[in-house]
Ligand binder design. Structure first.
Ligand code: C2E
Ligand code: MG
Length: 625
């Protein structure tokens, strides 16, 4: 409502109040009874209530008791005159609160001036003209009503303003809340776009932004920030064995540990799967050598932190990281190159046995390219019939007779030439290609052994190397073996499995069930590379092995190393007492053989007798011995 409209509305309200029939009260103060009566008569005709006071004292008392709407006050009165009464009343009431109309003598201008000075609203002179009296009284009363109305209107307005202010405050509060909700939603969206939902770490896109910023800063201030690719070793195994939810828990805990090892200014990001990225700032602008030491410290802190098992759902799981570092600008000046080189360094860590870290060096690029090439070619090796099996005889140390043979894979790639298993088996394990390849090995070995047995070597057995991956949940190992034995008609003890210590590092119920199943089927198990690690003894205790194969490195250094001699002697004694056969592999010299014969090692394998040979050559060996 605009100002003009509001004024019109007040005026009409004033009119309403005045004509509302409200009974007005007028106090007549005059020492003359006659005048009081005359005025009363006039006023009562106008429906005005009248109170009378015959002197000043009585007038003051009456006002204190009940404030009238108007006072008609005679100036000349005995004792307290009208001016004194006026002065006293004005101390308590303003002109608007209590209109006072003075009754003065016609010829005393002095009285009128004095009365108006002291706050009289108006005056009339004696003898009273009642028309004038009525006009002045109604004028004053109207002014008072108008003032009263304005006062009420002001109160109402203030109330409305207060109410409106409250409403605005409330609306404001609601708006603030709405803004807050929107801000939270926006930041949540932002978070989803930039952060990994599982671990809460920056995702690939945010990590890339951070790396760009880090490199801009590094160029400007000649710093040496560093990038680390971190991959969890055998994480797929955790997922396959313990389920995806356990895998998720482990990734969350891994993220927490990585964060703990980094500084606040560094970035730890999850690139996806079990791959993490670490951007190490170089805020301290260290010398190159000191910088490398600082980075090594971080790497060692991470390895140390992962050395403690992860407790997932009450189960202790050990998982290790492999780290690869690239340093700006030495190993690359742009994001892409640094990432590729950190990745290559990480692969080097994997090839060096995992659970370690490496810095990038240019020769890694060549190796990484070769690795990619090998992986690509390996995928076609089976269908291109590039794989074959060689057999290495295992000999009775006393009689020199061939008792069994170890089947060893060979890959003659059309593209890459002859590649040895130590190089391609880890790649086959990592990529899962070991599953079809492992099945092919078992099928081929069964066919081959059946042939040899048919030719008369009917006690001959063949040992087959089995990788950890083949003992996982989704492996077809047992099915393939059962089917191949059935097809060839071989007894179950004809094919024996060699398991390396690494297989047993994860002590899981699934692995135990798999091994139990093999044992129940009557498959003989060999503990391969015995003595190469520290878990061999506990494995012997837990599972029932038919044989143990002493590690090549121990046998090769046998003659000059007294500790190795003692180890071999003690192993043979322990195995005998447990009813387990012992095979010493890697026998290359007569001296080694003689020592092993002296300590009564039962079975011997090594180049001294024969290198691994093709099946045709092997049959010649069989015929020869
Ligand atoms: P392994 O099971 O320890 O096999 C014995 C390795 O020692 C063979 O290497 C063999 O050639 C070598 N060796 C035997 N006697 C001597 C010796 O007197 N001197 C020396 N210097 N070496 C000797 P190879 O054939 O290169 O196999 C390497 C590894 O590849 C095997 O080690 C095994 O772990 C793996 N491997 C081979 N074939 C298969 C397979 O079919 N499946 C799986 N999972 N792994 C396989
Ligand atoms: Mg072996």
């Amino acid at each position: 409502m605009n100002v003009a409209m509001r004024k019109m509305s007040y005026e009409s309200e004033i009119q309403e109040v005045i004509s509302s029939g409200k009974i007005l009260n007028v106090l007549i103060v005059d020492d003359s009874n006659v005048i009081r009566c005359a005025i009363r008569e006039i006023l009562e005709i106008g429906n005005i209530q009248v109170t009378e006071a015959s002197d000043g004292e009585e007038a003051l008392k009456s006002v204190r008791k009940n404030v009238p709407d108007l006072v008609l006050l005679d100036v000349v009165m005995p004792e307290i005159n009208g001016i004194t009464v006026l002065k006293k009343l004005r101390k308590s009431y303003s002109k608007l609160q209590l209109p006072i109309v003075m009754v003065t003598s016609r010829d005393s201008a002095q009285e009128v001036v004095q009365a108006l000075d002291y706050g009289a609203n108006d005056y009339i002179t004696k003898p009273i003209d009642f028309d004038i009296l009525w006009a002045r009284l109604s004028n004053q009363l109207m002014q008072k009503q108008a003032a009263e109305f304005l006062r009420l209107a002001k109160i109402r307005l203030e109330k409305q303003i207060k109410q409106r202010t409250e409403e605005l405050k409330l609306t404001n509060l609601q708006l603030e809340k709405e803004i807050e909700v929107r801000t939270v939603a926006e930041s949540e969206l932002q978070k989803q776009a930039s952060y990994d939902g599982l671990t809460g770490l920056p995702n690939r896109s945010l990590a890339s932004d951070r790396l760009t910023q880090t490199l801009v800063k590094a160029k400007r201030h000649t710093l040496n920030p560093c990038l680390a690719f971190i991959d969890l070793d055998n994480f797929k195994y955790v997922n396959d064995t313990f389920g995806h939810s356990a895998g998720d828990d482990l990734l969350r805990e891994a993220a927490r540990r990585l964060l703990e090892c980094a500084r606040g200014s560094d970035t730890v990001a999850r690139l996806g799967g079990d791959e993490f990225l670490l951007i190490l700032d170089d805020d301290d602008n260290l010398k190159t050598s000191d910088h490398e030491i600082a980075v090594r410290h971080v790497a060692e802190r991470i390895l140390e932190s992962f050395s403690k098992p992860f407790n997932i759902n009450g189960q202790d799981i050990t998982i290790t990281p492999s780290l690869g570092f690239s340093v700006y600008p030495k190993d690359g000046e742009d994001e892409d190159t640094l990432m590729r080189h950190a990745d290559a360094a990480m692969y080097r860590s994997k090839n060096e046995g995992k659970n370690t870290y490496c810095f990038y060096s240019p020769e890694m690029t060549v190796k990484a390219k070769l690795r990619v090439n090998v992986e690509t070619q390996l995928r076609h090796a089976l269908e291109r019939k590039e794989l074959s099996l060689h057999y290495q005889p295992i000999i009775d140390a006393e009689t020199g007779k061939i008792i069994k043979a170890e089947a060893l894979l060979r890959w003659n790639s059309k593209e890459l030439g002859m590649i040895m298993p130590d190089y391609f088996i880890p790649i086959a394990e990592e990529t899962g290609l070991i599953l079809p390849i492992g099945d092919w090995v078992i099928t081929s070995v069964c066919k081959q052994l059946k042939e040899w047995r048919n030719l008369g070597w009917d006690d001959l057995c063949i040992t087959v190397n089995v990788s950890a991956r083949q003992l996982h949940a989704d492996s077809s190992l047992i099915d393939t073996l059962t089917q191949s034995l059935k097809n060839s008609g071989l007894p179950t003890n004809a094919i024996q499995f060699e398991l390396k210590e690494g297989v047993f590092l994860e002590d899981t119920s699934h692995l135990n069930t798999m091994i139990q199943t093999l044992e129940n089927k009557g498959i003989k198990l060999h503990m391969d590379d015995f003595g190469s690690g520290y878990a061999s003894l506990s494995c012997i205790k837990r599972h029932s092995f038919d044989s143990i194969k002493i590690d090549c490195n121990i046998i090769m250094n046998l003659v000059d190393d007294i500790k190795n001699k003692k180890f071999v002697t003690a192993t043979i004694a322990m195995a005998k007492s447990l009813g387990i056969h012992v095979i010493s592999k890697g026998v290359e010299t007569k001296k080694q053989l003689q020592f092993l014969q002296n300590v009564q090692c039962e079975l011997i394998q090594g180049n001294y007798f024969s290198k691994p040979v093709t099946s045709d050559q092997f049959i010649k060996l069989l015929k020869h011995v």
